[in-house]
Design a protein around this ligand. Sequence first.
Ligand SMILES: NC(=O)c1ccc[n+]([C@@H]2O[C@H](COP(=O)([O-])OP(=O)(O)OC[C@H]3O[C@@H](n4cnc5c(N)ncnc54)[C@H](O)[C@@H]3O)[C@@H](O)[C@H]2O)c1
Length: 350
Amino acid sequence: MLDRAVRIGMIGCGTQAHVHFGALQALGAEIAIVTAICDLDDERLAKAGEVWPEARRATDYRAMLEPADLDLVIVATMPNTHEAMSLASLDAGAHVLCEKPFMMNVEQAENVLAKAADTGLQIQLGTNMRYMPSSQYLHDLVRGGSIGEPVFGKVWGCHDIPPVWAPHYHLATSGGGVLASTLVHALDLAMWVGGSPNPITVSAATRQLFPGKRGAKVAPEIHARYDAEDLIGGFVRFDNGTFFSLEGNWCSEGKDWHSFELTTTRGTITGAPFSIKADIDGAIVDQTPPLAGDGDWGKSVYVQDAALIAKIRTDSAQPEAVQDARQLLNLQKVIDACYESARSGREVAL
Ligand SMILES: NC(=O)c1ccc[n+]([C@@H]2O[C@H](COP(=O)([O-])OP(=O)(O)OC[C@H]3O[C@@H](n4cnc5c(N)ncnc54)[C@H](O)[C@@H]3O)[C@@H](O)[C@H]2O)c1
C-alpha cells in the first residue's frame, strides 16, 4: 500500500492529455499527482505547466524518465511513438497507461507486453468505453449467463468528419485510420463484453473517401498528409463461435455514433442507446435498467484512471475491468489482420 500520491508522468500534452489532467485533478493531490510532463512543443508544454506548475518539464521523454521516480506514465502521443515510450517507461520502473490504439502492429505489441511481463509492471490501454456504466453492466450480465451466449456482434463507428485536430489520418503517425483510431473503442468494448474470445479469421475491405467527401472543409496541409482509410467493412470469427461485423466511417452522412450490439441466444444487448431485450417465453421483454451518467466520455476516462491508480496504490490483484495481455494482443491482431485482408483482398487466418 502506497502511503503517498501516485507520481505520474505525462508524455504528450495534447488533446487527450488534458482529458487525463482533468481526471487526475478530480482525484485529488493526495491520490494522484503529475510530477513530470513532456512534449516536443513548447507551447503545449507551457499549457500543461499551467495545470501542473510543480511538475518538471522535458521535451525529451528519455530525460523525463531519467530520475526513475515515476509510478505511472501516461503515453498520450500518437501511435508511432507508443512502443518506444512504453518500453522506456517500463524500463524506468513505471506502470504504463498507453492511449489507444495500442501499437503500430502486433510485433510492437508483443515487445511491449513481453517487457511488462519481465518487469512485473502493468501496461494498460486507454479504451475508456469499458468504464461507462452501461459497459460494466453489460459485461457483468453476459458473464452471469442470464442473457445467454453471445452469437453475433455488430460494431460500428460512424462519424461525419475525420478527426483532423491531430494526425489520425496520417498512416506513418497513426498506424491506421478509422479502424485503428476510432472504431477501436467499440471493437474493444464488444470483444470484452462478448467474453474476450480469440479471433480466428478476419476479412475486411477499406476505402479512402476524403477529399471527395469533406475535403472542402479542411485545410490544404491536411490534404497533403491524409493517406489513411476512412471507410472499413469487416467480418471477424472467434474461437467460441461468435462472429462480428465491423463498420467504420469518417465521412458518414448518417447518424454520428459508435457502439455495438450483441445478439445472444436469449436476447439482444446494445451499448448505445443502452438496451437489453430478452426472449421470455417467446415474448420480447425490455429489461433495460435505468443507469445514471452513461455516455459521459470524460467521466469514463476518470473512472478508468481512478481504477488503475487505485490498483497501483493498493497493489491489489488485477481488477476484472482491466485488460490482460491476451486481450490487448487480440485487439491488435484483429486490427492488423483487417489491414492485411484489405491489402490482399483475402480472408486472414490467425
Ligand atoms: N481515449 C480517448 O478517448 C482518446 C481521445 C483522443 C485521442 N486519443 C489518443 O491519444 C493519443 C494522442 O492523441 P491526441 O488527440 O491527444 O493528439 P495530439 O496531437 O493533440 O497530442 C499529442 C501530443 O504529443 C506530442 N508529441 C508528439 N511526439 C512527441 C514526442 N516524441 N515526445 C513528446 N511529445 C510528443 C505532440 O506535440 C502533441 O502535443 C492518440 O493515440 C489518440 O488516438 C484517445
